[in-house]
Design a binder for this molecule. Structure first.
Ligand code: GTP
Ligand code: MG
Length: 212
């Protein structure tokens, strides 16, 4: 899929004020500083669309971007969210972010896939595993997205994947769909966009809004 348009729509903390759920939506979620905003920018090839920072806790709101809202295209929403669980982010802020994320996840009936970003350079973290466990329990569709992978040698990737396979096997019967990405090199961009295109096609065929 080609991105012909990417535009900021609205930021807020209240899911009720998010745009009407009348088109497919894809959210980027993960620990603070994992690279959510950077990957969004890479997907749409706009380095400054979502605000990024080396300091964790940069994204503080639910940010909706509309993509390909043009005649003859399937329009969709891309959503950048605050991160969770970074120890250096003050506890009160972490709690506030967690409540924004939960409110968002439990209210968007048009959410086609939650992309759960995971830093592939570090071993499986309980907080990420717990988060995916909750998504599984709530039957929310998600895929794993490994980030910052240009920093890892190819042998290291296999080791990291093996560690995740082992950790996830304790929770899930099958290993979820996953993408290996880098906002720096652009690896994984085409694969994610192709997957979104596939899900957009299903939406176009059957645009019924799921009850959450
Ligand atoms: P919060 O909004 O604070 O939750 O963070 P975020 O998950 O949106 O992360 P952000 O995109 O702001 O990136 C955090 C830091 O990681 C920045 O210094 C980025 O330059 C860096 N970064 C993001 N993606 C990559 C990547 O693919 N490779 C490398 N090496 N660094 C990356
Ligand atoms: Mg961010």
């Amino acid at each position: 899929m080609k991105i012909h348009q990417a535009e900021f729509v609205i930021s807020n903390t209240d899911p009720a004020k998010c745009p009407k759920p009348d088109r497919p939506e894809y959210a980027f979620i993960g620990r603070s500083n994992v690279g959510k905003s950077s990957l969004i920018n890479r997907l749409v090839q706009r380095p400054d669309l979502a605000k990024t920072s080396g300091k964790p806790g940069k994204t503080q709101l639910i940010n909706h971007f509309k993509i390909n809202d043009l005649k003859g295209e399937t329009p969709w929403y891309l959503v950048d969210l605050p991160g969770f669980g970074f120890a250096k982010v003050p506890k009160s802020i972490r709690e506030q972010f967690a409540s924004i994320i939960t409110g968002y996840l439990t209210s968007r009936s048009n959410l086609q896939c939650i992309f759960v970003l995971i830093d592939m350079r570090i071993p499986p973290q309980k907080i990420d595993l717990d988060f995916m466990t909750r998504l599984g329990e709530q039957e929310l569709p998600f895929a794993m997205v490994f980030t910052k992978t240009e920093k890892i040698k190819s042998g290291g990737r296999q080791l990291a994947l093996d560690a995740y396979r082992e950790a996830m096997a304790e929770i899930f019967d099958t290993f979820p769909l996953y993408f290996v990405t880098s906002a720096i090199s652009g690896e994984g961009r085409d694969e994610i966009l192709d997957y979104i295109d596939e899900l957009n096609g299903e939406w176009t065929l059957n645009p019924t809004i799921k009850k959450v």
